[in-house]
Design a protein around this ligand. Structure first.
Ligand code: ATP
Ligand code: MG
Length: 360
């Protein structure tokens, strides 16, 4: 049955490998829309360096208005050396931070799943990582990346720079809830990561997480200091199910977790508001070193499409079909360069996208 209401997806290909991987993800998305009669409409615009080139700013007001109107945003990646000489306030990354905070996307979901076909591509021993399936829930609009900052000149003439790490009770409460909700959907185990032995903000974090836990008696909650969590992630990652943590710790831990799975080119992410609206993007950046070469792995972006269909549009059937198609192409031994191993068939970005389309 065709859905009567057409919902919009704003597509922002971005910079570097962004447009290349997005082209493949859109083939898959268009096929899924058709096959599952999803009633979704695509609209397009620019973000980051591409927006600077076109509009003079990394996020134009008109683009932001389109993003607010849409039900979901699908993003490639932003940034690159071409714009690195610009003043920080107008660099591509500012556009990304602004769209996240303007849309209120405070909950960042970053799964780290090791496909069995890629077990030997992990940097850890197969027995340590085989079957790994963890979810990192990262707070995305608060903390040290958004706190008051300054660089001032001291009386002795040297400069002193300062960042601050503020969190309010309500900011902690809402991300803690996302963590518990995700734990309920999975294996009912949640590990909250902080640095409560040193940081005031982490002490409040821990206190509020404990309060929220009372609403989720079925979830087994543990706390861990971030330095220990960084160690445990490489020592015994399968002890974790869902991890909930702040903006900076989550940034670092999710990059670390991504390496357990073999390639950052495999990992999708979702950033959600309180109502299920979301922005979906691969965990990796714009990879300027391989941009334009047609070798980037499009699977992270294709899996981001799957997350979008699952979380924003409540289409688990279409989402699972895409995940199955990705698993099928891995079974066919097709590998982009980042996940290639001896004996496998090396393919480029477009061939990989076409193979997923064929499998779907
Ligand atoms: P950002 O600051 O935007 O997160 P970054 O500096 O962390 O960027 P990435 O752009 O994520 O870096 O790239 C890190 C490395 O991973 C690079 O060597 C890049 O070529 C590689 N890489 C990233 N994405 C992919 C992909 N989809 N396919 C293959 N290799 C990738
Ligand atoms: Mg990075």
């Amino acid at each position: 049955m065709t859905n009567t209401v057409t919902k919009q997806i704003l597509v922002l290909p971005g910079d570097g490998i962004g447009p290349e991987i997005m082209a493949e993800a859109l083939k898959v998305l268009r096929l899924a829309i058709d096959k599952f009669q999803l009633g979704l409409e695509l609209v397009f615009d620019e973000l980051g360096g591409a927006a600077i080139d076109k509009y003079g700013v990394p996020l134009a007001d008109d683009t932001l208005a389109k993003a607010k109107k849409a039900h979901a945003v699908l993003l490639g990646a932003v940034g690159g050396p071409r714009w690195d000489t610009l003043e920080r306030s107008i660099r591509p990354e500012r556009g990304l931070l602004k769209i996240r905070s303007e849309l209120g996307l405070f909950g960042n979901l970053r799964p780290a799943i090791l496909y069995p076909q890629l077990a030997s591509a992990s940097s850890l021993k197969p027995e340590v990582v085989s079957g790994l399936d963890i979810l990192i829930v990262r707070e995305l609009t608060g903390g040290i990346y958004f706190g008051p900052r300054e660089t001032k000149v001291l009386d002795n003439g040297e400069r002193r720079a300062q960042d601050t790490l503020p969190y309010s009770e309500s900011e902690i409460r809402r991300i803690a809830k996302v963590g518990f909700e995700m734990a309920m959907l999975r294996n009912k185990r949640l590990c909250s990561v902080d640095k409560a032995n040193v940081l005031e903000s982490s002490q409040l974090w821990r206190e509020i997480v404990e309060q929220v836990a009372k609403d989720y008696p079925e979830v087994e909650l543990s706390h861990m200091y971030v330095d220990n969590a960084a160690m445990q992630l490489v020592r015994a990652p399968k002890q974790f199910d869902v991890i909930v943590t702040d903006n900076m710790f989550g940034d670092i831990l999710s990059d670390e977790a991504s390496m357990l799975t073999g390639s950052i080119g495999m990992l999708p992410s979702a950033s959600l508001d309180a109502n299920g609206k979301g922005m979906y993007e691969p965990c990796h950046g714009s990879a300027p070193d391989i941009a334009g070469k047609g070798i980037a792995n499009p699977l992270a972006t294709i899996l981001s499409v799957s997350m979008m269909l699952r979380y924003t549009f409540a289409q688990p059937e279409a989402a699972s079909a895409i995940e199955q198609a990705v698993s099928d192409v891995l079974d066919q031994n097709l590998r982009t360069a980042d996940i290639w191993l001896e004996g496998m068939h090396k393919v480029g970005t477009r061939e990989m996208g076409d193979a997923v389309v064929a499998a779907l």
